[in-house]
Design a protein around this ligand. Structure first.
Ligand SMILES: [Zn+2]
Ligand SMILES: [Zn+2]
Length: 139
């Protein structure tokens, strides 16, 4: 199994980093050594975000949306040559790719990403009305 990790843009130096985490670990930025926060236990990590104390999280897929859009776009581009057959084919490819991409948990407030961690079943995908609440806190 892959080790648990968090990733975010450092609030101090803005560099993006991914760091493996464990119980009781102090997390510091590998670029500027600025302290991000402390992991109490991996088990209870989603009680509160270890960096900003936010209690709300959302799920997302670990890839940029761009890839999915690009594949759909290719399908559309090929429509004239395949009499529309490429669309369902590409939609399937898109879906298959999507299934292979691991789910990550994101903090609503600071936006940091949690990988390879067990998360509660009631976590949901990004909800716009909750996101709005935190918009002002994000850069
Ligand atoms: Zn930094
Ligand atoms: Zn946070």
């Amino acid at each position: 199994m892959k080790s648990a990790a968090i990733a975010q843009h450092c609030p101090l130096c803005q560099q993006f980093s991914q760091i493996d985490i464990a119980d009781g670990q102090e997390v510091c930025c590998p670029h500027c050594t600025g302290r991000w926060g402390k992991i109490e236990t991996l088990e209870n990590i989603f009680d509160r975000c270890p960096f900003c104390e936010c209690r709300q999280f959302y799920l997302s897929k670990d890839f940029n949306q761009f890839l999915g859009c690009l594949i759909m776009l290719l399908g559309i581009v090929f429509v004239p040559w395949t009499y529309g057959l490429s669309l369902p084919v590409f939609a399937v490819v898109d879906w298959a790719l999507y299934q292979r991409i691991p789910t990550i948990v994101n903090c609503y407030r600071c936006g940091c990403e949690f990988r390879n961690l067990k998360y509660p079943k009631d976590f949901k995908a990004f909800m716009h009305h909750i996101g709005l609440k935190y918009d002002k806190d994000r850069k």
